[in-house]
Design a protein around this ligand. Structure first.
Ligand code: SF4
Length: 700
């Protein structure tokens, strides 16, 4: 017999679908889509509808703390007291000897907002270092910088309900048909109901999203900015710019106009590999639309010119006046379920809570005062890849990794493993032994997972959801907030003696009062009884804010949106050469999530894409004597991968694609795409470039 239904949110992606949980008398969980949820209206994708397998199967779970006294000894089971006393003792010793910047925390966009908040308070407020970063650095830090430069703050201006009002979508550097399926279903429905709606996809691969589009521009990787500027030039030449919006609500148009006229459309066409007439057609479709939405994800963000790509795309919304009105706006698709919540509480090395900046002395003073500490260090914190560089060089001595699997997910995996092996002390706090990173743990801490703890998350459209605790965590696993607070108290820090997760949430909410992300009147009670809300929610009876900037007042000093000039118009960091003539791009497949520690447990999710394969164009396959199904060896300056070839016209000539999910799950590191990728990062956003690694491919 099934017990009462409980509502929660999917733990996978930033779409943030509502899920109804049912339990039987043995506390086995069943899931279905929440028909009343504004995001998914009852729909779930393959990953979401199989979440109960993940929740019910505890066979892979870390059940108790494990510790080793030296690298030459195996880890052994210890009590929580012994584990956290040792952690506190090691951190105190290292900080005393080498200073606070010798330790770091690496956390996750899968973490709940309360966990993110506490980890940041602990690190920046009390350990005295800004060395805390998150795997969200790998997915949307370029989008954060783009929004800040354009609108003055990291603020997604629109929401999913604008999809039903738009008549033109530009999907670029994203494959939402696979990676944000429920969101894409809403776009498909919009098109089915209104065939005049136009969908444009820009991608070097002919993805399922591209197959559905009216126009697919299969550009040469790295040339996105040239393409956007050429589209802007055509919009201008056709007289389709919004002069009223530009003149009254933006700054910087004159310089932008000069920039877009520097390259002819013909030259741009040649550089991008996109026919001139297609560029002009896309410009007409965008310029003539009443509501234009751009959507993007890792294809833009994960680039050495990720920030430049973002501001250049945002410029297209400004030139056409498509901000702050129904069915229009630039929409960054968040990869992880709570990447947005992490940004709200300052979950990155360069941020402070409530969208304050670490580089701003007044902001540091305000946050220090709120936490009752003397100061927040002005030293910039290490970002994700910088942390592992510092571990490798010995500058960083200890790292605490929570809820993420850098062995598989960070670029240049061999270097990451070497860095962890070289460190003095590694703490790994996670739910599953399937994470390859657990191998490097001197101290392994069992964390509670989805449904085993309570807290909140914010999805891609600024929608905050409450997630209840519904089942008991297996073994001795504990919620992450409890682990962080326990450790903080053993370090001797006051201010971590909370009675509940709700107290942590309330503390964060009170911090938001009077800011642009004010949720000071959105408490657990409202979230539990009234459902989800989009920030800001600045008053008791406030219904939340689906759309920002309707008054055309932006968060910049001039209150105007800014046309930003890219410092570079092309990705030329590591160009292909005779030794490595092809460009490797990596990405996700439909039914897997991140490093497969959860989706990899579900047999039915393996049928769609059972093993990693290398997608290669028939011309490149012919030139390298490779046939469909052959085992190929892919080599870069950093390592090698061996997988079978899939010869397909779906990928542009000169480009090859590998999925990023596989690590040692098959007892084989030769299928790990990040063996190949390099640690080149965007100079502003510090986001690594997973989309442009030069490689050589041969038949093995
Ligand atoms: Fe979960 Fe994302 Fe699928 Fe929705 S689209 S069910 S949030 S994985």
């Amino acid at each position: 017999m099934l017990k009462k239904e409980v509502k929660t949110t999917c733990s996978y992606c930033g779409v943030g679908c509502g899920i109804v949980i049912k339990k039987d008398n043995n506390d086995k969980v069943f899931v279905e889509g929440d028909k009343d949820h504004p995001v998914n209206k009852g729909m779930l994708c393959s990953k979401g509808m199989n979440l109960h397998y993940v929740a019910n199967d505890t066979s892979d779970r870390i059940l108790y703390p494990e510790m080793r006294w030296s690298r030459s000894h195996p880890r052994e089971r210890v009590s929580w007291d012994d584990a956290l006393d040792r952690a506190a003792s090691v951190f105190k010793t290292i900080i005393k000897k080498y200073g606070p910047d010798s330790v770091a925390f690496y956390v996750s966009g899968q973490s709940l907002t309360e966990e993110y908040y506490i980890a940041n308070k602990l690190t920046k407020g009390f350990l005295g270092t800004n060395n805390i970063d998150t795997n969200s650095r790998l997915c949307m830090s370029s989008a954060v910088v783009g929004y800040k430069k354009t609108f003055g703050e990291d603020s997604v201006p629109i929401s999913y309900e604008d999809i039903e009002l738009a008549d033109c979508f530009l999907i670029t550097g994203a494959n939402p048909a696979w990676c944000h399926p429920i969101l894409f279903r809403r776009i498909e429905k919009r098109k089915e109901e209104n065939p005049n709606v136009k969908i444009i996809v820009v991608d070097p691969r002919k993805t399922d999203s591209a197959n559905f589009a009216d126009i697919h521009l299969q550009l040469i990787p790295g040339t996105d900015i040239i393409l956007y500027n050429a589209i802007a030039r055509c919009i201008y030449e056709r007289g389709l710019i919004d002069e009223n919006f530009i003149n009254n609500y933006t700054d910087g148009f004159t310089a932008y106009k000069e920039l877009i006229f520097k390259t002819s459309v013909k030259q741009a066409s040649k550089l991008c590999g996109v026919p001139e007439k297609s560029i002009r057609k896309v410009a007409d479709v965008i310029g003539l639309s009443k509501g234009f939405i751009s959507m993007w994800a890792m294809g833009l963000n994960q680039s050495v010119v990720g920030t430049d790509k973002n501001v250049s795309l945002l410029n297209l919304s400004l030139i056409t006046g498509n901000v702050g009105k129904p069915g229009a706006g630039p929409f960054s698709l968040t990869g992880q379920p709570n990447a947005m919540g992490g940004r709200e509480v300052g979950g990155m090395a360069n941020l402070l809570a409530v969208h304050k900046d670490l580089a701003n002395a007044e902001h540091r003073r305000e946050v220090a005062q709120f936490w009752g500490v003397e100061e927040i260090s002005p030293n910039p914190g290490l970002t994700a890849t910088q942390m592992f560089d510092a571990l490798e060089s010995g500058k960083l001595k200890a790292i605490w990794i929570a809820c993420t699997n850098p062995s598989v997910s960070l670029p240049n995996s061999h270097k990451i493993e070497k860095a962890m092996a070289n460190s003095k002390f590694v703490v790994v706090q996670d739910i599953s032994h399937k994470s390859d990173t657990t191998e490097y743990a001197d101290l392994l801490l069992p964390a509670a997972g989805w449904l085993e703890k309570e807290g909140t998350m914010t999805n891609s459209e600024r929608r905050i959801s409450y997630l209840p605790k519904e089942i008991q965590a297996p073994g001795e696993a504990r919620p992450d907030v409890e682990i962080f607070c326990d450790f903080a108290q053993r370090m001797g820090f006051r201010g971590f003696n909370y009675n509940s997760t709700e107290e942590i949430y309330d503390e964060y909410c009170s911090m938001t009062k009077g800011t642009n992300i004010d949720v000071s009147f959105l408490n657990y009670d409202r979230l539990k009884t009234e459902g989800t809300f989009q920030w800001p929610v600045p008053e008791y009876r406030h219904p939340g804010t689906p759309r920002l900037f309707e008054d055309k007042v932006f968060y910049t000093p001039s209150k105007k949106a800014i046309f930003n000039m890219p410092s570079s118009i092309e990705n030329t960091a590591v160009k292909p050469n005779d030794n490595f003539p092809l460009v490797l791009t990596t990405g996700r497949v439909r039914d897997q999530w991140h490093t497969m520690t959860k989706t990899g447990k579900v047999a039915r999710l393996k049928t769609h894409y059972p093993k990693p394969v290398l997608e290669i164009n028939p011309v490149d396959a012919y030139l390298n004597n490779i046939k469909d199904g052959d085992i190929t060896q892919i080599t870069s300056e950093n390592g090698e991968v061996r997988v079978r070839a899939k010869v397909t016209k779906n990928i542009a000539k000169g480009v090859v694609f590998l999925p990023m999910h596989w690590g040692k799950q098959l007892q084989n590191t030769l299928n790990r795409a990040n063996n190949l990728t390099h640690t080149v990062i965007d100079p502003v956003s510090k986001e690594p470039d997973f989309k442009y690694t030069r490689v050589k491919v041969v038949k093995y």
